[in-house]
Write a protein that binds this ligand. Structure first.
Ligand SMILES: *[C@@H]1O[C@H](CO)[C@@H](O)[C@H](O)[C@H]1NC(C)=O
Ligand SMILES: *[C@@H]1O[C@H](CO)[C@@H](O)[C@H](O)[C@H]1NC(C)=O
Ligand SMILES: *[C@@H]1O[C@H](CO)[C@@H](O)[C@H](O)[C@H]1NC(C)=O
Length: 905
């Protein structure tokens, strides 16, 4: 939701206005960004004192001298498991402590043994696996090699800067400093807001260059293309990471929005390197991407023998904290993503029905409304698993309460819902209404739980409830207190089946600077808000996660968040915030979620239909069709929009929306299996083409297509009145892709112009894959648990295929005690074989195989034989369909628990 002040404007003008950019800083308006961006390549004042070098079995430590200001810094290079280096630079004895991030990493990283290669007075080199790091003394630099190839250089352009903490110069001292010190270094104004900076300048900046890289990806969250653009060119501001509630965010923009994950991948055809900037202060990142890959120059280079001039330069700049940089050595894109994701933790497998469809709106008005919506979904045969309540369900925006009139029987309402297999999700936001008698406010005041102003008074801002204060989540006592509020006896009217949506947790403060909290507000431990801003929302959702775990210990929590930081994927799903009912917003949801996925965060979606404004039916249908292929599938709408539940439209529109929903539900076994595999292997659930085909130059910029796992290729239609769309088929001529509706073949060697109707979504199965589906339509995922599978066996050129299926009870933690089935399917020599992958895991499933569809089948098949322990050998009927492009094997009837073979005869 967005700033209330603007609602009025909205009503007056009757249409949506674009983002008010003036509410948000540019780099030029931010003192530290100006200061660090002004650093020039002649800044060679940093020298590493190699005489002070200490070598342990996993680290190098030495003094890093700022020779101009005569300051000593502590340099540390650590070798970590998973081909990862970690560089830390901090002050030895800072005037005040400098903030070190806690809780983004999934525990302490595992160290790896370092091997000293070479040491002399100018440099020292160490080996880690197949990688090498060379640390140079003067000027200070670090070079990273994969094998012999130089792939990353830290301080390549001498832009490294570490502002040590200092006492405020008196007027007299100050004069000598004047030419160097930016006017905003000790205090700064933005619009009507004053930022008192008691600690003065404390910024850190590092430049990292990637020779040979052709593109950079990552650093979400931005409403921009997947491939990062060159900043500085045409005045483009650096990419900004500062969690903000941006009203009607602008597309194709480097502006900050709700979340921040400072991981970046520099990708070349041979090497990918990842960088994680472990810092939660406001951050700006300049990118210079010399995309010298046009055909002419590569031919010239080929002839002249010159190497193509590919290179990506980056410059990370943060307002405070320390330099704490992880370097992931790949060598492939997938390796670097895995290294990052393992460091910050994979997402645990969600409850299977959270992968179904979610119906949300600001607001469902009362209990009758909730009943009616669900009834109408049932009458129209639209599957749905969750209905959501936005802020109006509360008693006057006091969270953990219910509106006494409109939601008088929350328990009964939820029991009625769960009786239909559906569940409730309610919103809980971090702003606390300052109303006497409200238990939360009273508790917070009397126990001193609120964030303070710079003068030590309780900070008061303005948000949905009006005057609000904010809990100090850095205080573990407050975190405990708050997570307890989710217990059933505290949150009256809640049940074990109710889940939580955390919004506005950047935090959003309508009257604060840039619609957030002033940076000089004070937290537990003496930290200013500036030191921790980007992790506030993460702390908030972690408390919710712990609260739900305490409430219902054996059930996997579900939480949706708007703000996040690296590591938030361990607790929450996220969505792309307040988008609009425009084609461009539908289109941008793909690159936005792909950036999240490579940043370890697969559980991403965008509001179906667009939050602001009214989509026409064409856009709405396309959005349902596209959204079915992003991990989080929810429609949501602003309070001023027309109702748009699927049953409100003409029959043909209803049919298409129903088909999109059903297609999603049919593929739930695929999504669920991929989430399981993500948990175990850190592979993203959805993938950009470049992840899977890293050495194909044609896919570097493709972000209107995506892969679901490695086997399903989707090119959603995101253009109005499209009669055709271009689809790029990757993998080479011998890799065939099959249209998932009619099994027509498309070899993986380039772009094909595909005709589309309103009914058509280009979805392809990869030849060589086996895709388990549940094709019986149901009203909810929770009702599909025991349904039988259809296996789609899509053969490659060698008549073989393989795939996997994960299943368990769908919602508890019993999988942790090995109660699950993880099954591999293989097709080879005309025989489909199922085998249990994790032999020590067991789950007594009632699911079975009702059909096998072989795509691109061998000719002349008469029947099939199934063999298993309980069935013995049985003959099965087969028949060709789709002009012999597929063969259906009828009713194998075998339980998924049993290993079996089916041979085509
Ligand atoms: C990007 O790098 C190239 C090569 O070093 C340089 O010529 C160009 O000015 C840089 N562009 C920007 C916007 O900094
Ligand atoms: C729950 O269902 C019963 C039976 O249909 C109905 O009478 C009652 O009003 C429902 N309660 C709520 C709160 O929706
Ligand atoms: C098919 O088999 C040939 C020969 O073994 C092999 O080179 C080729 O990669 C295989 N194709 C696929 C798609 O696996």
């Amino acid at each position: 939701m967005f700033c209330r002040f603007l609602i009025l404007l909205l009503h007056l003008t009757g249409f949506i206005i674009a983002v008010d950019k003036g509410n948000f800083k540019t780099c030029e308006q931010s003192s530290f960004c100006r200061r660090l961006r002004k650093v020039k390549p002649d800044n060679t004042k940093y020298v590493l004192d190699l005489n002070s070098l200490e070598i342990s079995d996993h680290s190098l430590e030495a003094k890093l001298m700022n020779t101009e200001e005569n300051v000593q810094l502590k340099f540390l290079l650590v070798t970590l498991a998973g081909d990862t280096f970690r560089l830390i630079v901090d002050e030895y004895q800072p005037l005040h402590p400098r903030y070190r991030v806690e809780d983004a990493l999934n525990g302490e990283p595992q160290i790896a043994k370092l091997e000293l290669l070479e040491r002399n007075k100018d440099a020292v080199s160490v080996k880690l696996g197949n990688n090498k790091a060379t640390v140079k003394s003067d000027p200070f630099k670090l070079e990273f090699y994969q094998g012999e190839a130089l792939v990353a250089i830290v301080n390549s352009r001498n832009l490294f800067e570490f502002e040590h903490l200092r006492s405020k110069p008196t007027e007299v001292d100050g004069e000598s400093d004047v030419p160097k010190v930016d006017p905003g270094a000790w205090e700064e104004n933005f619009k009507s807001h004053h930022d008192n900076k008691p600690r003065g300048p404390e910024a850190v900046g590092v430049d990292i260059s990637f020779p040979e890289a052709m593109r950079a990806y990552g650093i979400p969250e931005h409403a921009d293309k997947f491939a990062l653009r060159t900043t500085g060119e045409g005045g483009l501001d650096p990419y900004r990471l500062y969690n903000l509630d941006v009203f009607e965010y602008e597309l194709d923009s480097t502006m900050a929005i709700y979340g921040a994950i400072p991981v970046l991948y520099a990708h070349g055809l041979k090497h990918t390197v990842g960088i994680f900037w472990h810092n939660v202060a406001e951050t700006w990142i300049d990118i210079n991407n010399s995309k010298d890959v046009n055909v002419v120059s590569s031919i010239v280079n080929l002839v002249s023998g010159n190497k193509a001039e590919n290179r990506v330069d980056t410059h990370f700049m943060s307002e405070s904290g320390v330099v704490d940089l992880f370097i992931f050595m790949g060598p492939k894109f997938a390796d670097a993503v895995k290294q990052y994701t393992t460091l910050t933790g994979t997402a645990p497998i969600p409850q299977i029905f959270t992968l179904g469809y979610h119906q949300c709106r600001w607001n469902y008005n009362d209990e009758t409304d909730v009943v009616n919506v669900i009834d109408n979904f049932d009458n129209g045969d639209f599957p749905v698993d969750f209905i959501w309540l936005d802020i109006e369900y509360t008693d006057g925006k006091k969270y953990f309460t219910w509106d006494p009139v409109r939601f008088k029987h929350p328990l009964e309402m939820q029991h009625n819902l769960t009786a239909t297999g559906r569940k409730l999700i309610v919103i809980i936001d971090p702003h606390v209404k300052r109303e006497s008698g409200y238990f939360l406010h009273e508790d917070a005041l009397s126990n001193d739980y609120y964030i303070k102003t710079k003068d030590g008074n309780v900070y008061e801002g303005w948000c949905w409830p009006g005057a609000s204060s904010y809990l100090d989540l850095l205080n573990p006592v407050v975190a405990d207190y708050y997570s307890e509020l989710y217990s059933l006896d505290k949150f009256r009217g809640s049940t074990d089946n109710m889940y939580i949506w955390n919004d506005m947790n950047e935090p959003s403060v309508f009257n604060g600077p840039e619609i957030t909290m002033p940076k000089d507000c004070l937290h537990h431990g003496g930290w200013e808000h500036r030191h921790i801003h980007n992790i506030y929302g993460h702390y908030y959702t972690k408390i919710t996660y712990n609260g739900l775990l305490k409430r219902t210990p054996n059930t996997r929590p579900f939480i949706l968040t708007r703000a996040f930081f690296a590591g938030s994927q361990r607790h929450t799903a996220m969505w792309t915030g307040d988008n609009a009912a425009e084609w461009s917003h539908l289109a941008i949801s793909l690159p936005m979620c792909l950036s999240m996925a490579v940043a370890g965060y697969s559980f991403c979606g965008a509001d179906i239909g667009g939050f602001f404004n009214n989509p026409d039916t064409e856009l709405l249908q396309r959005w349902y069709q596209a959204g079915a292929w992003l991990p989080f599938y929810r429609s949501h709408a602003h309070i001023d929009t027309k109702r748009r539940e699927p049953y409100l439209f003409e029959q043909d529109v209803q049919t298409r929306i129903r088909n999109a929903l059903r297609l999603r539900y049919a593929h739930l076994p695929v999504w669920y299996t991929l989430f399981w595999e993500h948990t175990k292997t850190a592979e993203p659930v959805i993938r950009p083409l470049v992840y899977q085909y890293p050495d194909d130059t044609n896919v570097l910029d493709i972000d209107n297509q995506l892969l679901i796992g490695s086997s399903i290729l989707v090119r959603p239609v995101v253009e109005s009145r499209a009669s055709t769309v271009n689809v790029y088929f990757p993998g080479g001529a011998s890799q065939i892709w099959y249209d998932s509706e009619d099994w027509r073949e498309y070899p993986g060697n380039g772009v094909v112009n595909i005709p589309v109707t309103m009914d058509k979504v280009p979805v392809y199965y990869r030849g060589g894959s086996i895709i388990p589906r549940k094709d019986r339509p149901r009203r909810a995922a929770s009702l599909m648990h025991d349904d039988p599978y259809t296996l789609y066996v899509v053969l490659d050129e060698n008549n073989s295929a393989n795939g996997a299926l994960y299943t368990d009870d769908g919602h508890t933690f019993a999988y942790k005690s090995k109660e699950y089935l993880y099954i591999q399917f293989k097709f080879k020599d005309n025989t489909l074989t199922s085998s249990i992958i994790d032999k020590d895991a067991h789950f007594s499933s009632r699911e079975w195989i009702e059909r096998v569809v072989v795509v691109n089948p061998p000719k002349g098949i008469k029947h099939a034989d199934i063999k298993s322990k309980s069935l013995g050998t049985l003959k099965l009927e087969t028949s060709y369909t789709n002009d012999e492009r597929s063969l259906v094997v009828r009713k194998p009837g075998v339980s998924v628990q049993e290993e079996f073979t089916i041979t085509l005869v």
